[in-house]
Design a protein. Structure first.
Length: 297
């Protein structure tokens, strides 16, 4: 996968091939001692470490946006693998915009928010049907009309009536956002229920061999993330998405650079197999996310 960002080469090699035109040398003329001729590159100038640090201070590294699923991805892997990822992010916290993109609600991710050693900058929750920004978890005002438009209250009773006829579906205990969420145990019966619900103008997402989510038409993790990036002024080209199950598929269908971790759901692997923007990590969960971050940041 061709990930955007700084090439993954040793620092000294990268330093040795920094072009230094006369205009740049004149800007740093008070520190001209930092410049030295580059071997084998007669038309270029190499920078010393001191000059590089000065330039990076004036022109800091662009931020990388990590938009990651939680369960099985950001929370996946061993305790040591998770600690390595979280420590890596904390060491570069000003350089990373961390966005949780999850099927959980704010209530059901409370343990994550309370216990992890870092906090997200923004949250896309409830399978993409709610967006919260900043430490105050304020709903993203720019997206509220779009999200509300797909969830008209006057049609929900008819949807609930359909769902009530499918007794094999079990309501999930805590549901927030603009969705109805159930557990299913029989795929064929779930597909029948999905067809009926879709006829009422809603989308139905089946994932992880158990989740049955009724969503506003066209609203999932991926479309919501794209709109959130635009509303927040965050660049698509510096965004990495990460996931492991079928409800993450829409993240990879955005065209954003992405990583699917090794402990992936087979249905996701099948659905995403032809997507050119996906890096298939050989590492599980958090280790797979860190593997991809090393490639772009």
């Amino acid at each position: 996968m061709a990930l955007q960002g700084r090439a993954n080469v040793p620092l000294q090699r990268w330093v040795a091939y920094v072009p230094a035109p006369p205009s740049l040398r004149s800007v740093f003329s008070p520190w001209s001692v930092f410049f030295r001729p580059a071997t084998r590159t007669p038309h270029r100038t190499a920078l010393s470490s001191a000059a590089l640090l000065l330039i990076l201070k004036v022109f800091p590294m662009p931020q990388t946006i990590l938009a990651t699923d939680l369960d099985g991805t950001f929370l996946g892997g061993t305790a040591d693998e998770r600690a390595s990822l979280y420590d890596w992010i904390n060491a570069r916290r000003s350089e990373i915009v961390l966005i949780y993109v999850t099927g959980r609600s704010l209530t059901t991710m409370r343990d994550v928010l309370d216990e992890l050693p870092l906090q997200p900058d923004h949250i896309i929750s409830d399978v993409g049907t709610a967006v919260y920004v900043g430490p105050e978890r304020t709903p993203l005002a720019a997206l509220e009309p779009w999200l509300d438009a797909g969830w008209p209250a006057h049609t929900l009773p008819a949807v609930r009536e359909v769902l009530a006829r499918h007794t094999h579906l079990t309501a999930q205990p805590v549901v927030e956002g603009r969705r109805l969420s159930y557990f299913y145990s029989d795929l064929a019966l779930a597909e029948t229920a999905r067809a009926e619900i879709q006829a009422h103008g809603y989308d139905v997402l089946l994932s992880a061999d158990q989740y049955f989510d009724v969503l506003p038409r066209g609203v999932q993790k991926g479309p919501t993330l794209l709109r959130a990036l635009d509303a927040l002024g965050l660049p698509h080209g510096r965004t990495l998405v990460a996931g492991d199950t079928l409800n993450d598929l829409s993240l990879f269908q955005t065209g954003l650079q992405g990583v699917i971790v090794a402990n992936r759901e087979p249905l996701l692997a099948e659905a995403a197999k032809d997507l050119p923007n996906v890096h298939w990590s050989e590492k599980n969960g958090a280790a797979g996310v860190l593997d991809a971050l090393h490639r772009i940041h």
